[in-house]
Design a protein around this ligand. Structure first.
Ligand code: PNS
Length: 158
């Protein structure tokens, strides 16, 4: 059974993340969507709020699990005996950032591989930072987040 980790801030989950999660869930036996700390980003939603949103958005995908870890990704993977990371790529800018992270993770632990899925073109302009910015102006986020969690996101903003 091939289990993989899809790590990220997911602050909040977007349609772009869903695109990667749905496709990874068809390729692998189990996908663990792992909410993690990015030291370069200030959290907008709490980890618990992000977890609630992710669980709701992925509830129909039976081989997708959601978890939270505030430590090193490699430590989580070793604790759970998983050796493959999945990440999504929108543009070459993502590639530069993700290449560095994949190489750092592989330097720390050479048995860890990262595989990349290219975002479908309609999601290239979708990012969690766009969603956060739109929310801070009370703007509509319909085109950026899964329909099933839009209202919950607005509720968290109250
Ligand atoms: O969605 P993001 O913010 O691009 O995801 C980045 C994330 C959270 C996956 C990355 O910052 C991370 O792996 N954080 C956990 C700490 C870690 O293992 N860092 C070493 C990788 S360079």
């Amino acid at each position: 059974m091939k289990r993989v980790v899809y790590p990220g801030s997911f602050d909040p989950i977007t349609l772009g993340h869903m695109n990667i999660i749905e496709r990874a869930s068809k390729i692998f036996d189990e996908v663990i969507v792992l909410i993690m700390k990015n030291v370069d980003k200030q959290g907008f939603f709490s980890y618990i709020e992000r977890e609630k949103l992710l669980k709701k958005a992925t509830m129909d995908l039976k081989n997708v699990k959601v978890d939270i870890s505030t430590g090193l990704l490699i430590d989580y993977m070793n604790r759970h005996n998983i050796d493959t990371i999945v990440k999504g790529l929108r543009t070459v800018i993502d590639f530069q950032y993700e290449e560095n992270m994949a190489l750092v993770n592989r330097t720390i632990d050479p048995k860890i591989d990262t595989v990349f899925l290219l975002s479908d073109p309609e999601y290239i302009m979708v990012s969690a930072s766009n969603v956060r910015e739109l929310l801070s102006y009370n703007a509509d986020i319909t085109d950026f987040v899964p329909a099933s969690i839009k209202e919950e996101i607005y509720n968290f903003m109250k």
